[in-house]
Ligand binder design. Structure first.
Ligand code: URP
Ligand code: ZN
Ligand code: ZN
Ligand code: ZN
Length: 484
């Protein structure tokens, strides 16, 4: 036949248009979009269905080893299945360096783990020990090999780095052409709150939010924007959770800075009230930054509509109740300070956004596609991903836009034993998800083998080039006068 695969009679949605057409696929790429295309070895009738670009989830913690008794619930085999179940076809995970460790070694090990992926993937590199030597000797080669983004934490014991180190990483990001992604919260202030809360005996899940009110985030977002401005380094601020932090982002963007922001579905649909659910239920909602208020959610939706928030990731970070030793790693009586931060969200990211966003009329379909697929692909230099257009990878999901769904943990295909979205009623779900023209999940069942996914090395790209603008005539990164 003329094509390997033809998807017929669907309604295609991209970041710029919604239109009826067939899609022809050959050798894993989209080679034709039009009416009444020729035959395919495989043909799919998408009448009455939406055909949307496969999602790009640019912030996912999958099979990331961590210190302590708790384990990240997902391997790349289960994590990638879960992503595909919810219409996502590309994930960016994290290769993480511990203090004193070789990043090169950790990246190599992460490649080994990721070989099980059923969908395509790339990595950010987490730097917890960014010595001058590390940044000069190991990082350049790793960036050159396609790991073109650096991630830093400004909070969490064992992960956070100082502002001095953060400046070093920003300088390296600028020199190497790697986007620096930042978890921005004021560590010392959180520690002060936590110590005082524990001393006062206030250790319920809801007190997690008391240990990190919005100001610990907005202060730090402000600070990292200033550091990025001083060093003329493009950044992405991760998981913007509400109004004050979004205001800081908007202020930086209005100055012309290359500051991009993401948010996550949890900040759009959960609130601090969820932490106050009875018994240990509230602990299922412990993530950082903490959930905020309904008013914050309104501001975030508005920030999405206005382009202040560029993309929506899951920040998938699942922990089973059961630890590595088979015993309960954290139980009903655990103080919030002992509960690992993070929730699963790979499968639910797109369906929740579709339902709460498009179905409820908060955003249009084009914006949905932009924030879940096109924008993250652009921002991270995934040049063959994120849209339905000729020459792009044949990654898409066929959506039943009107399907009523009640979320259960089982349908999420991850390896976690709970989901914060259990029982949530939504409308719309992907019926089938394709990566490079091959089905990965169909009708809720995994059909692609482990290892079908491919690593996506990322080459230099202009979007994240520095502006060449500094606050003084001096460029402190290269130690030279600014060329005007
Ligand atoms: O609570 C969260 N978000 N845990 C995952 C790690 C992170 O901060 O992104
Ligand atoms: Zn600490
Ligand atoms: Zn984070
Ligand atoms: Zn994260």
């Amino acid at each position: 036949a003329e094509f390997d695969l033809v998807i017929r009679n669907g309604t295609i949605g991209t970041a710029s248009a919604v239109f009826a057409a067939d899609i022809g696929v050959k050798d894993g790429r989209i080679v034709a979009i039009g009416e009444k295309l020729g035959g395919g070895d495989e043909e799919i009738d998408a009448t009455g269905r939406l055909v949307l670009p496969g999602g790009v989830d640019s912030h996912t913690h999958i099979d990331e080893p961590r210190p302590g008794p708790t384990v990240n619930a997902d391997s790349f085999a289960s994590g990638s299945a879960s992503a595909a179940a919810g219409g996502t076809t590309t994930v960016i995970g994290f290769a993480r360096q511990g203090r004193g460790e070789s990043l090169t070694q950790r990246v190599a090990e992460h490649h080994e783990r990721a070989r099980r992926s059923r969908i395509d993937y790339s990595f950010h590199m987490i730097l917890t020990d960014p010595t001058a030597k590390m940044l000069a000797e190991e990082v350049p080669a790793l960036v050159e090999a396609g790991h073109r983004s650096l991630k830093i934490f400004l909070t969490y014991d064992g992960a956070r780095i100082t502002d001095t180190e953060a400046l070093r990483v920003l300088a390296a990001g600028r020199k190497l052409g790697a986007l620096v992604c930042i978890h921005a919260e004021h560590h010392e202030l959180i520690d002060f709150y936590k110590t005082a809360l524990v001393e006062a005996g206030l250790t319920l899940p809801k007190h997690h939010a008391w240990s990190k009110p919005m100001l610990v985030e907005s202060e730090c977002v402000h600070r990292v924007c200033k550091m990025a401005e001083a060093l003329d380094t493009p950044i992405q601020v991760f998981h913007v959770s509400g109004a004050e932090a979004a205001e800081e982002i908007e202020r930086a963007q209005k100055k012309g800075l290359k500051v991009w922001a993401e948010t996550c579905p949890q900040y759009l649909v959960l609130t601090t009230d969820d932490l106050d659910r009875p018994g240990f239920e509230g602990a299922k909602f412990i993530f950082s930054p903490a959930a905020r208020t309904g008013a914050d959610q309104d501001v975030l939706w508005d920030a999405i509509r206005r382009g202040i928030i560029f993309n929506v990731s899951s920040d998938h970070a699942p922990t089973r109740y059961e630890g590595a030793d088979g015993k309960l790693a954290f139980g009903p009586d655990a103080p919030f300070t002992k509960v690992p931060n993070g929730i699963p969200g790979l499968a639910t990211r797109m369906p929740i956004l579709f339902s709460e966003g498009v179905v409820k009329g908060r955003i249009d379909l084009q914006t949905f596609v932009a924030i879940t697929a096109t924008n993250p692909a652009k921002l991270f230099g995934l040049t063959t991903k994120g849209t339905i257009a000729i020459g792009y990878d044949a990654d898409f999901a066929i959506w039943d836009a009107g399907k009523p769904v009640t979320i259960t943990n089982d349908m999420l295909l991850h390896d976690n034993d709970h989901s914060p979205y259990e029982g949530m009623a939504i409308t719309g779900w992907p019926e089938a998800t394709y990566v490079r023209g091959k089905p990965v999940v169909v009708g809720g069942k995994v059909v692609a083998p482990e290892g079908y996914g491919a690593f996506l090395p990322r080459a230099p790209y202009p979007l994240i080039a520095p502006r060449g603008v500094f606050p003084t005539p001096f460029n402190p990164v290269d130690g030279v006068l600014v060329d005007r």
